[in-house]
Design a protein around this ligand. Structure first.
Ligand code: FAD
Ligand code: SF4
Ligand code: SF4
Ligand code: SF4
Ligand code: SF4
Length: 417
């Protein structure tokens, strides 16, 4: 019997899935089992749309359709949890399986803390994530650095530190470091990301650690919950999936790669945050950049932490209506409401038509708050700092003292009697 904490190599016995899978096809095969066994009502995954720059959220209820959704789209930057909140009633009345990157998993937890998603009805299969490339930038990068028409590219992969493309008449790889030096490569939030193996999911799957005869042919699976363990056991019992113990050296290599990715993330954070300056200089820079804002609300609409029906930024007491750019208060409200829980998913930056580095600004503040209070967003169900004001005792204290110092108990804890 598989149990939480186990690690294994897994591969599919399904010939169709084998053809389209990124590696061993474990992820797609486990979804097949989950649908066939009615463990879930539907599966929400990312599938290739018009071309490989078009990552399309796809709901699958027919297991026969799953093979089409296998494979990794490195230009797939879509975040799925908010779609589940918006279009599937937060999974309150259906059981959903979802393939998640680290940022998806973190967003799920933050939405669940705010009671916008019912995690009991969600099965998450996580994929390790070294980073994704913005589809718009990818097209530009392929034309500029590879000298290839992006429309002629039929396959892309990231392997051994290179972004590799296959196109009519050849293939070409360029090191991700070299691409990033000239402003291409992974999104900047991905470079700062340290959620490489999403252990908040029920299973964490990837290629790191698969060595020996199974290299490139099996998926490395870490079992992160009992729910995940039962998916594995069920799929193996039905003959859909085969597994074997991983090579110990492979486990060691996987750990080392994860450690190296953390160090790289820290290095990118230091560089990006340093570039913002400190104190008033940082504030001035943020005010300058956000002065391009056209108040389109994309950042709010895409952010997994923004869920309010009546958004304060629409309250004319705080932000004058009909003015573009909006008062700086528009952005201050978001910083105040989100910064303690930002999961650095990059959505608010990627979708901003004014190209304002919103994720950088928010992530920089989140990291400062994490240093002060130790709260790490998206990792578990621990409540963020703001939740203190939701507590009855705290509300009563504010009412009784007529104080608006919501953090008073945090900065000056009341001594216990
Ligand atoms: P398959 O059976 O082929 O299934 C793949 C699943 O991933 C499908 O459900 C598909 O819908 C989903 N998917 C495809 N693209 C995306 C996307 N952009 N966002 C969310 N879901 C998606 N593994 C590592 O060990 N190291 C890495 O550095 C690494 N980087 C990755 C970066 C990205 C952007 C992605 C998407 C995956 C990455 N992986 C990485 C995971 C790896 O590529 C495989 O997805 C994983 O090993 C599962 O393999 P499989 O054959 O079992 O998956
Ligand atoms: Fe992957 Fe992290 Fe980027 Fe999300 S933010 S796509 S988990 S690297
Ligand atoms: Fe302003 Fe950009 Fe947000 Fe639109 S997405 S409201 S332009 S910051
Ligand atoms: Fe993601 Fe931006 Fe929201 Fe942070 S503020 S969680 S980067 S959308
Ligand atoms: Fe809610 Fe604040 Fe986000 Fe508006 S900016 S949706 S009020 S969290």
């Amino acid at each position: 019997m598989t149990k939480k904490g186990d690690m294994l190599y897994a591969w599919t016995n399904d010939a169709e899935i084998q053809k389209t899978a990124e590696l061993g096809g474990a992820v797609t095969t486990l979804w097949k089992y989950a649908l066939e066994s009615k463990t879930v009502d539907a599966v929400l995954v990312i599938a290739k749309g018009k071309d490989l720059y078009d990552a399309k959220p796809t709901l699958v209820t027919d297991p026969a359709q799953l093979a089409k959704t296998a494979g990794s789209l490195h230009c797939g930057t879509v975040l799925l949890p908010k779609l589940i909140k918006k279009y599937f009633n937060g999974a309150r009345d259906m059981k959903l399986g979802v393939t998640v990157k680290g940022c998806d998993a973190m967003a799920f937890y933050e939405l669940a803390k705010r009671k916008q998603i019912n995690l009991d009805n969600i099965y998450m299969i996580g994929v390790n994530c070294g980073g994704s490339v913005s589809p718009v930038l990818a097209r530009r990068m392929i034309a500029d650095k590879y000298g290839v028409d992006p429309d002629n590219v039929h396959k892309e992969e990231i392997d051994k530190g290179q972004f590799i493309i296959e196109y009519e008449g050849g293939h070409k790889g360029i090191s991700v470091d070299e691409l990033e030096e000239v402003g291409y490569g992974r999104r900047t939030n991905c470079r700062r990301c340290k959620m490489k193996i999403p252990r908040q999911a029920d299973l964490a799957c990837g290629n790191w650690g698969v060595i020996g005869p199974k290299a490139g042919k099996a998926t490395f699976v870490e079992v992160c919950s009992e729910k995940g363990a039962s998916l594995i056991d069920g799929a193996v019992k039905k003959g859909l999936l085969a597994t074997e113990a991983p090579i110990p050296k492979g486990i060691e290599i996987r750990g080392k790669v994860e450690g190296a990715m953390f160090k790289l993330g820290d290095k990118c954070r230091a560089k990006d945050f340093e570039g913002l300056g400190e104190g008033k200089d940082r504030l001035r820079k943020i005010m300058e950049e956000t002065s391009r804002c056209i108040k389109c609300y994309s950042c709010i609409s895409a952010c997994p932490i923004c869920y309010c029906v009546d958004c304060t930024t629409k309250n004319p007491v705080y932000v004058k209506t009909g003015a573009v750019p909006p008062d700086f208060m528009f952005h201050l409200i978001r910083y105040a409401h989100i910064a303690d829980s930002c999961v650095n998913c990059g959505q608010c930056e990627e979708l901003c038509p004014a190209e304002i580095p919103n994720a950088l600004f928010m992530h920089a503040q989140q990291v400062e708050l994490e240093k002060m209070f130790g709260h790490v967003p998206g990792r578990d169900m621990e409540l963020p700092l703001h939740a203190f004001v939701e507590e009855k005792a705290e509300r009563a204290r504010l009412a009784n003292t007529h104080s608006d110092m919501i953090y008073e108990n945090v900065f000056n804890p009341v001594p216990k009697k």
